[in-house]
Design a protein around this ligand. Structure first.
Ligand code: G3P
Ligand code: MG
Length: 270
């Protein structure tokens, strides 16, 4: 695997310094959503109980424009809403669903959170946030626009703005147009042709890859361009060790009980 070498003229996004960065090394995935129902406030609380201070979550838009947390396009896997497309439902309908029972009886009745509720929890607790813009197919630009506008409002006056990331460049472009000051990250499951040009155009401060595609050359390339190099979803110590040795800047994990977030290197974990 090569990291791609089409860039011979690194162009830092802001002077000679890397852009401001507010996320710690360890980030809990979907709000620590393996031992609690993913993308719920209960999952954030579980992650926090293990010492995590930063969280990734997936955000999409309801039919009437509310922003809420959910990973899948449909409601079936993580709610009692069946096979309906979540983004085609009103917030009123979504707000009545049970997003906890699928996981285990102790979480029965856990609601789907809205982004404004998560923002309040993050600001009250000093948590960092990585918002993955996860649009319903066809709603990429509207979702990117809505997330950027909401984040600008919900984090007004905060020194620690969320990182907005997406696999969808069109969603990030809409966010960039609406609120260019918000930090953006490009998610890459593979190193598709032209990703570097897209990252430049979107002026991303981070590239977040599937951990399997990160190597030393890619980490060095990103750092040379003043970008953070992060990986998802890292749940095995052997993968974490490899990535830490590459000098990457952050790991997104489900395993909040396995990796101690206060220590970058899990080999040092108590
Ligand atoms: O944001 C990183 C990671 O969450 C991307 O994959 O499918 O878990 O949302 P996924
Ligand atoms: Mg995600």
């Amino acid at each position: 695997m090569t990291a791609g070498s089409s860039h011979s003229n690194p162009a830092p996004t802001r002077g000679d310094e890397a852009p401001a960065w507010h996320l710690p090394f360890w980030i809990a995935h979907r709000g620590a959503g393996r031992r609690a129902p993913e993308n719920t406030l209960a999952a954030f609380r579980l992650g926090a109980s293990h010492g995590y201070t930063a969280f990734e979550c997936d955000v999409k838009r309801s039919a009437d424009g509310e922003l809420f947390l959910l990973h899948d396009d449909t409601l079936a896997r993580t709610t009692n809403g069946g096979e309906q497309v979540a983004g085609e439902r009103s917030w009123d309908a979504l707000s009545r669903l049970d997003a906890g029972s699928w996981h285990s009886p102790g979480f029965a009745g856990e609601p789907i959170p809205r982004l404004d509720g998560i923002a309040a929890a993050c600001r009250a607790n000093g948590w960092g946030l990585n918002i993955e813009i996860k649009p319903t197919p066809g709603d990429e630009r509207e979702t990117g626009l809505a997330v950027a506008k909401a984040v600008r409002r919900l984090w007004a006056g905060s020194a620690t703005l969320p990182l907005l990331s997406s696999f969808r460049p069109d969603a990030l472009a809409a966010a960039q147009a609406a609120a260019p000051e918000l930090p953006r990250g490009l998610l890459l499951d593979t190193l598709w042709d032209g990703w570097q040009e897209v990252a430049d155009r979107l002026a991303v401060v981070a590239v977040v890859t599937n951990h399997r595609v990160m190597d030393r050359a890619l980490a060095m390339e990103l750092h040379a361009r003043r970008r953070r190099a992060l990986c998802y979803t890292v749940n095995e110590p052997v993968d974490a060790y490899r990535l830490i040795d590459l000098g990457i800047d952050g790991l997104i994990t489900d395993e909040v009980q396995r990796f101690a977030p206060g220590r970058q290197d899990p080999r040092l974990a108590a």
